[in-house]
Design a protein around this ligand. Structure first.
Ligand code: PSV
Ligand code: MN
Ligand code: MN
Length: 424
């Protein structure tokens, strides 16, 4: 299924006058609204190839209908999202879940839909059919060298696919760790892992980045070999200038101050990018902004301030990716909501009067500092985000249009109820 230009235009026409009233109101008191709208238009968020089907939990998966049956159909789904919001112009692939069997054709299809390839992800957290050595006791940390070599080889293969598609980064997330005290020699596990990462790093093309993703717990419950930003930063620092830390919002212990972590990684020039999602308890992988949108806003405040201080381009300076996938919502509707939540948090952060905030800090005026943040957070910036969509040819209300056009129903007709969707 493909959305036609006239369908978007008709929808926008029907919403035009209400939108005009709303945007005029915001413009009447937000002096830099055009600047914000331009920034929003540039900002693109990569959709994970593993989130286009219903995710599920370790207890089960309730597959939806009309889900993509191939990588081509996943790219087409992202094309649908992108025509609805013009902010989803990238995909992040997970290998071997989504092996591009014909990279040239996949690349051409993506280009046609204006979709770029963000980081490719390796997978040494599951055993694949026919795999010689098991990752039950880890991959890069493994006590057995042949298992470690196999994991390294897999990562090199992922880089190879990435090169063919025009990707320029690899995200390495390891489930390595231990579930019981005594199971692992922490130092040796770290050293083996570093050695493996060094070999992978050595195979990176000059203009590539390596993102080292950390996670506090799960699937291992006693220790994780890349368990927090400290360990990730340690690896990234030892690896070299092309290695960075990747922050997945769901990978922290409860109540962690993620915005502070973001600020310091950025200060060190070691923040590589994000896996956006939301959670109440742990790695819940819920829709971005569905539980704690204030935290997301505070993270974007650090990003805007920190990236401006380092003269970084907001749109291209970091890897902006979603990593959320679950059981109950239509995956495409869910992703539209996630992208919207990110754009809202970004727009709110762009509203912050950073000079006034700094002044309040210098005066130790804590109440004023809080006011400045909350004035921005409590502003309804949705008309700005909608205006950015309007100007880039997308829909004023993407979710509503998705439903009015019965996109899922069309996909079910095309694809039936079969699904090959993967994901954790
Ligand atoms: C692990 O929880 C993770 O966040 C990593 O990014 C994986 O690549 C992804 O989820 C798999 O679903
Ligand atoms: Mn992740
Ligand atoms: Mn995760």
């Amino acid at each position: 299924m493909k959305l036609e230009k006239y369908q978007i235009e008709e929808h926008n026409h029907a919403h035009r006058s209400t939108h005009q009233q709303r945007i005029d109101y915001v413009r009447s008191w937000v002096s830099n609204s055009d600047h914000i709208i331009e920034k929003l238009i540039e900002f693109q968020i990569a959709i994970p190839s593993w989130a286009l089907g219903t995710g599920g939990t370790r207890f089960g998966r309730f597959a939806g209908a009309g889900e993509p049956r191939s990588l081509e159909e996943k790219i087409e789904d992202i094309g649908l999202l992108h025509s609805l919001n013009k902010s989803s112009g990238a995909v992040s692939l997970h290998i071997p879940w989504d092996i591009p069997k014909n990279p040239k054709a996949i690349k051409a299809l993506a280009a046609q839909l204006d979709i770029k390839f963000d980081a490719v992800n390796s997978n040494t957290f599951q055993d694949q059919k026919g795999q010689q050595h098991s990752y039950k006791f880890g991959s890069l940390q493994h006590v057995d060298k042949t298992t470690r070599d196999q994991a390294i080889e897999h990562n090199l293969e992922v880089i190879h696919y990435g090169k063919e598609l025009g990707s320029s980064s690899i995200t390495v997330w390891l489930s390595d760790g231990s579930s019981f005290p005594g199971q692992l020699n922490f130092r040796k596990a770290f050293e083996n892992t570093l050695d493996g990462l060094q070999k992978i790093y050595g195979a990176l093309p000059d203009d590539w980045k390596m993102f080292v993703e950390y996670k506090a717990f799960e699937p291992n419950f006693y220790s994780m070999t890349v368990g927090d930003w400290g360990q990730s930063l340690l690896y990234a620092s030892k690896l070299g200038p092309k290695a960075y830390t990747l922050v997945d919002l769901g990978h922290h212990l409860p109540n962690a101050n993620i915005e502070q972590i973001v600020s310091l990684l950025l200060m060190e020039g070691k923040l590589g990018g994000f896996h956006f999602n939301d959670s109440k308890y742990g790695d819940d992988d819920l829709t971005v902004g569905s539980i704690n949108p204030y935290q997301l806003f505070l993270i974007f405040n650090e990003l805007v301030e920190g990236m401006d201080a380092r003269h970084m381009n907001h749109a291209t300076g970091l890897g902006w990716m979603i990593d959320a996938s679950h059981n109950v919502k239509d995956p495409l509707e869910d992703l539209l909501q996630s992208v919207e939540a990110i754009m809202i948090a970004y727009a709110q952060a762009l509203l912050i009067d950073q000079k006034a905030l700094e002044y309040a800090r210098q005066k130790n005026d804590v109440a004023l500092a809080q006011e400045i943040l909350q004035v921005a957070y409590r502003t309804d910036v949705r008309p700005l985000v909608a205006e950015a969509r309007l100007r880039s040819g997308a829909a004023l209300q993407p979710l509503e249009l998705f439903r009015t056009l019965k996109v899922r129903e069309h996909l079910i007709k095309e694809r039936g109820t079969q699904t090959v969707a993967t994901g954790l």
